[in-house]
Design a protein around this ligand. Structure first.
Ligand code: ATP
Ligand code: MG
Ligand code: ZN
Length: 341
């Protein structure tokens, strides 16, 4: 049986959650016939890069306007992964020059079904150097009706000559509100129920990735666990009260409270560090607006306060090292906050 996240892969731009900038631009382009010949979709894993590329391909080939009609032969073939004028290549396993040559060959022939031939390259950063070079010319000036969609989590590893030929879209981590909406809508269609506090815990663990959130929910459903404490133990290896105490302590800069918890319960430091990292990456993913820098500054200030306080007292050595870990995690992930223009 298909995994839940494959079963609920969005079929239209309207179904894609939280990526309005990208989906609006692309649906306008399909509507107005201003589609480009090369796209680059990048962003964190499981945020909808491949999905968006497939919807774009489908909408363009269907030709009914801003969205795939989901009713014609072409859309039917797309839904069944049978569309003959589409190639989807995973460069992680097929990134060699032979595959690049096969693509160059593929685009030389006229489309069978309609006016377009589409090439989706997943994990495009894994194309070998020679493969990338072999594709360069075709991506630069593809034959009429050929569209390339490159998808990657590592945009900095796409060679600049290819990158500069593509129209670029950055997909984002989703905020809690959008993830909650997504999980609830899937639950409704599945005619299942989970309490919001359980969903929130699953979402926290997903770090802003819709695929991970759906996947966590599938695990919870398959284990038939409804109970918050039990899910928390499975996901985090500790009870939710402990995690919440720790998180609220770090966010108020009250490292004494935190140290007490560590002393009393002897928590596993790896788990604690992971919980803090999860929590903060979620905060980072929360608001992709210009104000994010303020949010970041606030979190860093709180962490610095907690660190300064912890450093003063020897018994808080453990706490201070965890805080440092969290700071490192945040600064490592700071590019999440960069505004797109
Ligand atoms: N923005 C989104 N809205 C709704 N569902 C989404 C979204 N992004 C991802 N999903 C869910 O996650 C699944 C995987 O998405 P997709 O394969 O497009 O992610 P990706 O960004 O290409 O991931 P990867 O980096 O691993 O290639 C989809 O089938 C869908 O169920
Ligand atoms: Mg993908
Ligand atoms: Zn159609």
């Amino acid at each position: 049986m298909a995994t839940l996240y494959n079963q609920y892969r969005p079929k239209t731009f309207g179904d894609v959650v939280g990526q309005e900038f990208t989906t609006r631009a692309l649906s306008n382009q399909t509507e107005n016939g201003t589609v480009s010949h090369a796209y680059l979709f990048h962003g964190p894993r499981g945020t909808g890069k491949t999905t968006t590329a497939r919807i774009l391909a489908n909408a363009v080939c269907c030709g009914e306007g801003s969205e795939p009609c989901l009713d014609c032969d072409i859309c039917w073939d797309f839904a069944n992964d049978e569309y003959v004028d589409l190639i989807e290549l995973d460069a992680a396993s097929r990134g060699g020059v032979d595959y690049a040559r096969a693509i160059t060959e593929f685009v030389q022939h006229l489309p069978v079904m309609g006016q377009y031939k589409i090439i989706i390259i997943d994990e495009a950063h894994m194309l070998s150097k020679s493969a990338a070079n072999a594709l360069l010319k075709t991506i630069e000036e593809p034959p009429e009706g050929v569209i390339f969609c490159l998808c990657t989590t590592e945009v900095h590893n796409i060679i600049p000559t290819i990158r500069s030929r593509c129209q670029e879209y950055k997909l984002r981590l989703l905020n809690t509100h959008d993830l909650l909406g997504l999980l609830r809508s899937i639950l409704t269609k599945e005619e299942k129920h989970l309490e919001d506090e359980v969903l929130n815990l699953l979402i926290r663990k997903a770090e802003g990735s819709p695929r991970d959130a759906i996947s966590q929910m599938e695990t919870a459903l398959s284990l038939d666990i409804q109970d918050y404490t039990e899910i928390s133990r499975i996901l985090y290896g500790m009870d939710p009260l402990g995690i919440d105490t720790l998180l609220s302590a770090i966010n108020t800069g009250d490292s004494r409270k935190w140290a007490d918890y560590v002393k009393n319960y002897g928590v596993n430091l790896d788990i604690v560090a992971e919980a803090i990292q999860d929590f903060h990456s979620q905060l980072l993913g929360l608001k992709n607006t210009l104000f994010d820098y303020e949010e970041l500054a606030f979190i860093l200030r709180q962490l610095n306060n907690a660190y300064a306080q912890a450093k003063k007292e020897d018994t808080l050595a453990i706490v201070s090292s965890i805080i440092l870990l969290a700071v490192k995690h945040i600064t490592d992930n700071v590019e999440v906050l960069e505004p797109d223009f």
